[in-house]
Design a protein around this ligand. Structure first.
Ligand code: FEO
Length: 669
């Protein structure tokens, strides 16, 4: 029975899931299955965009026939000739002999290689920039060579603002009834499989992906329709951001991936000890046994992490086979720009370190640590210092770097990063804080009300979110570190005005303050009207609609006073001045955050408060009353309103329903 879903009113997904495929392309395990997407447009002409793998041809043909509903298939657009999408072409072309194939010259060549059928009168060749219309919809074609094969192209539907992207923006994983990325928590549930798909399928072709992303940037896109995984109709920018990182070989996170190959556990033991030392220093570690975890998962995390450690035993005068395979796989995928450390092991003639470095040394931007640890059979007590030194060298790059500042007081220099007073976290509430950071030698700060502890292990983890338009947000992104000074109830409104109602782009918010206190990471904090400061190192960011979410490890925390924390409600009730009265007889919009008044009946949808940078949602529409309210009484029975300044007369009777004074309540109209 057919199983389809509408993408838009006239575009239907006619693809299928495959959950029985053990290995995609015969090599990549797909425990969550995979989808083969094909799309049918029902315009004045009917257009099918790609077909599916032969494993699901049955339901696909049913889907196609059902949605065509007896109409002929006029066009078949082929974006990619790899058989996971093209295996069913021949069947479709036989069933729909009137269909014209739209493709480029390379696709035409491959079509003949895969299917020796005579299509000489049925092919319409297109090249970059060519256009085509199916009636209401107008299309143009974008060549995308090597994303993932040389013949790949994409189609842009200017009418629907839709881009058919072939393999690009696909994911591993069956759709399971969902079609759109917004029907699933994509960035928590699916991003790992999306990364594994990208890095293993097109990771090698970063420059080609970058080239096509540049072309796509010129298009106005509302929908992205890939050949695997979800259709994007919102928040595509978040996913695009990941593609920008992956295709430019920029790590997603400052962290260490340790992959080890160990025959009897001694190399594993050294890797475990290194991992423990790194974690003690607050470094995030991901760890894999190359004999257990399939290479595609490790390749994926090699793209994710900034630092890589490979530990392997010597084997057949080379390196252990699972490590050798992994490193060749990483090299084949063209990984770049990583710091790499090696641990070798050999009971009589260790060669694994040399072989590992040879495999990786041809890659661009790979920098090896000088500290190579060489084991003879097992780590001995004397070599613990070598592991410690390697851990320290890595942590030095991933841990917060103190900013040398002439103005930093001597006392601050005595505080070591890592001094975390747990009592400082007791000061957190749904409160208000000053967020500070330091970038390019300048100090920045703003007011936030979003600091929250989300991890109580070691290191402790907090989140904050900051309005993206806020300059301090950009500076935190740049610096990768920040302080949160927790404000107390005695904080004056002027402090909120200083940090909240002006922009660091325009003024130095610290210009005339009487203090110069900094934590050990060199970032300023607010020593007065505060009861604690948390010093944090950003480990992850997530772009929300208007805010940037920062997830950060706390590297220092101290209590500053015992004054009660200022909660958000306390600020509104006792510190924030009462709302500015609207100018008399003038319709206006008043910012609920800072009181700024915008005069006028309409506030533009994209308006941003010039003082505090909040958007339209934080404004209250104030419409002056045409006439003052009148005091009186309302009848509880029929609703009649009787104007009256004092008491209703004792013998008063409602002129409408005839009920007496006892059935009236005081009211204003
Ligand atoms: Fe999904 Fe390159 O094929």
């Amino acid at each position: 029975m057919y199983c389809t879903r509408k993408v838009t009113d006239d575009l239907i997904w006619v693809g299928a899931d495959d959950r029985r495929l053990p290995f995609f392309e015969g090599v990549y395990g797909v425990p969550d299955g995979v989808s083969y997407n094909s799309y049918l447009l029902l315009d004045e002409k009917t257009v099918l965009f790609d077909t599916v793998d032969k494993a699901v041809y049955g339901v696909f043909l049913e889907n196609l026939a059902h949605e065509l509903g007896g109409r002929p298939l006029d066009y078949l657009v082929i974006h990619h000739m790899e058989p996971d999408h093209a295996a069913t072409l021949e069947l479709v072309l036989q069933r729909y002999p009137e269909a014209t194939v739209i493709c480029n010259a390379k696709i035409k060549t491959m079509l003949a290689q895969f299917f020796p059928m005579d299509l000489s009168n049925r092919i319409q060749l297109v090249k970059e920039g060519d256009s085509f219309s199916s009636g209401r919809h107008s299309f143009s074609f974008v060549m995308a060579p090597m994303v993932h094969w040389p013949e790949v192209m994409m189609t842009y539907d200017a009418t629907a603002k839709m881009l058919f992207t072939a393999d690009a923006f696909g994911t591993f994983g069956a759709l399971n009834g969902r079609l759109f990325a917004d029907e699933v928590d994509f960035f928590s549930e699916c991003i790992d499989e999306a990364r594994r798909y990208y890095t293993n399928i097109v990771g090698k072709y970063g420059p080609q992906v970058q080239a096509v992303l540049k072309k796509a940037a010129k298009l106005d896109i509302d929908y992205v329709c890939p050949l695997h995984g979800f259709v994007w109709r919102s928040h595509f920018g978040d996913y695009l951001e990941k593609y920008m990182l992956w295709s430019s070989y920029v790590p997603e996170e400052k962290s260490v991936m340790i992959a080890y190959a160990s025959v009897y556990g001694h190399t594993e033991n050294a890797a475990n000890i290194l991992a423990a030392r790194l974690c003690e220093k607050g470094v995030k570690v991901r760890m894999y046994d190359t004999s257990v975890t399939p290479a595609s998962y490790i390749v994926s995390d090699a793209f994710r992490c900034s630092h890589l450690v490979f530990a392997a035993t010597t084997y057949n005068a080379g390196v252990f086979v699972t490590m050798e395979n992994l490193l060749h796989d990483i090299a084949a995928h063209n990984l770049q720009n990583r710091k790499v450390a090696l641990i070798e092991n050999g009971s009589w003639a260790a060669t694994s370190g040399k072989v590992m470095s040879e495999i990786l040394s041809g890659l661009k931007g790979i920098v090896f640590y000088d500290q190579k640890v060489s084991l003879k059979s097992a780590l001995n007590e004397g070599q613990m210092s070598e592991i410690d030194a390697l851990a320290q060298a890595i942590a030095d790059e991933l841990a917060p770097k103190p900013v040398v500042s002439a103005s930093a007081p001597a006392a601050a220099a005595e505080v070591k990063v890592g001094d975390v007073d747990k009592k400082a976290f007791n000061k957190l509430s749904y409160g208000v804080e000053v967020l500070t950071t330091n970038a390019d030698g300048r100090d920045y700060g703003c007011i936030i009300n979003t600091a929250c502890q989300v991890g109580s292990g070691d290191p402790k983890v907090v989140t904050i979110s900051v309005i993206k338009k806020n300059h301090t947000c950009d500076m935190v992104m740049k610096a990768g570190r920040f302080n949160v000074s927790i404000l107390t109830e005695d904080a004056p409104y002027s402090l909120f005005q200083r940090f909240g109602f002006q922009s660091g782009r325009d003024v130095d918010k610290f210009a005339d303050v009487s203090y110069e206190d900094r934590t050990a990471n060199g970032v300023r904090y607010i020593p007065e009207f505060t009861n604690a400061v948390l010093s944090c190192e950003v480990v992850e960011t997530r772009e929300l609609e208007t805010q940037m979410l920062f997830i950060a490890n706390v590297v220092e925390a101290k209590v500053l006073s015992s004054a009660p924390s200022c909660t958000y409600s306390y600020y509104h009730a006792h510190i924030k001045p009462k709302k500015n009265p609207a100018p008399e007889q003038k319709e206006c919009w008043v910012c609920k955050v800072c009181g700024y008044v915008y005069e006028g009946a309409e506030l533009p949808a994209d308006f941003v408060c010039p003082l505090c940078k909040h958007g339209k949602d934080d404004f209250e529409h104030v419409v002056p009353n045409a006439k003052p309210k009148q005091k009186g009484y309302v009848c509880n029975i029929c609703g009649h309103f009787e104007p009256c300044e004092g008491e209703l007369p004792a013998d008063y009777v409602c002129p409408l329903c005839k009920h007496g004074r006892d059935d009236f309540s005081p009211a204003e109209q």
